[in-house]
Design a protein around this ligand. Structure first.
Ligand SMILES: O=C(O)CCC(=O)C(=O)O
Length: 261
């Protein structure tokens, strides 16, 4: 499966312009890279304009659901739709939406761990639903959002549920960029799975974002990595057989003794 990741410079507080930007990028990437699956970053419609989310957030996933579903079916493309601010009743969640190439919604996830360093808990509500895996073209995947990366239990539970690919959608600041790259490599090595991430670049309210979107193989080798400052596309091809090879060579899932820890 070929993945293209959009390392996007998000226009703060302007969902319409960001949707136009994503649509133009999809048109180009389909022509140039011809991926099977694309990945967008966290909060790509608004960025962290937290004080304005009451007005800017989606309502029950709309219009993002209709927008991404149409794009997916029109271009026959799986879309891992990053995440968007999403109002449900009087609460706002940070919600990821995944569509298959027929335009069907195959997974929806509300970010569980809200990030105190960006005041997220003051404005958003954390998800309460257990994480699950989903399938795209027969490959099992799990998805986490940004700060979730710091909680290894989450990635491990997805690996135990059969995920061979971990998707990380993020707006990870430059101030902690070595944590961003090191933790992704750690999650790939310890769970022997591919890790594919989309992070944004640019700045908002004095926070610079780190880019460095990555495609990492189950051995922990970085296959592609974006720069820290440029809007760009990173593309890589996954070989599902590599997961079973690595798990055979170093059989950690057979060596675990979970009743002792
Ligand atoms: O954990 C971090 O250092 C960054 C997390 C973050 O920026 C986020 O969850 O949006």
């Amino acid at each position: 499966m070929k993945f293209s990741v959009f390392q996007m410079e998000i226009i703060p507080g302007n969902p319409k312009q960001n949707r136009d930007k994503v649509e133009n990028w999809v048109r180009e990437v389909v022509q140039n890279e011809r991926p099977d699956t694309i990945v967008l970053p966290e909060m790509w419609t608004t960025s962290y304009t937290l004080t304005k989310l009451n007005v800017l957030a989606d309502d029950m996933g709309e219009p993002t659901k209709t927008f991404l579903s149409k794009l997916a079916s029109e271009y026959h493309l799986n879309i891992i739709g990053g995440s968007v601010a999403n109002k449900v009743g009087d609460k706002i969640y940070n919600t990821s939406l995944v569509f298959n190439s027929k335009g069907e919604l195959v997974y929806e996830y509300n970010k569980i761990h809200l990030v105190p360093m960006l005041n997220e808990p003051l404005y958003l509500t954390g998800g309460t639903k257990k994480v699950e895996t989903f399938e795209l073209d027969g490959i099992k995947m799990g998805l986490i959002i940004c700060y979730d990366l710091r909680f290894p239990e989450l990635a491990r539970s997805l690996a135990l549920a059969g995920a061979e690919v971990l998707i990380v959608v993020a707006e990870w600041p430059t101030a902690r960029k070595n944590h961003w790259t090191s933790l992704q490599i750690a999650r790939a090595i310890e769970n022997q799975m591919y890790v594919i991430s989309s992070n944004n670049i640019g700045s908002l309210d004095g926070v610079d974002y780190a880019g460095a979107s990555m495609i990492i193989d189950p051995w922990g080798e970085v296959l592609c990595q974006g720069s820290n400052t440029n809007e760009e596309t990173i593309t890589g091809v996954l070989d599902a057989a590599r997961v079973s090879e690595v798990r055979k060579d170093v059989p950690i899932f057979e060596s675990r003794v979970p009743n002792l820890y």
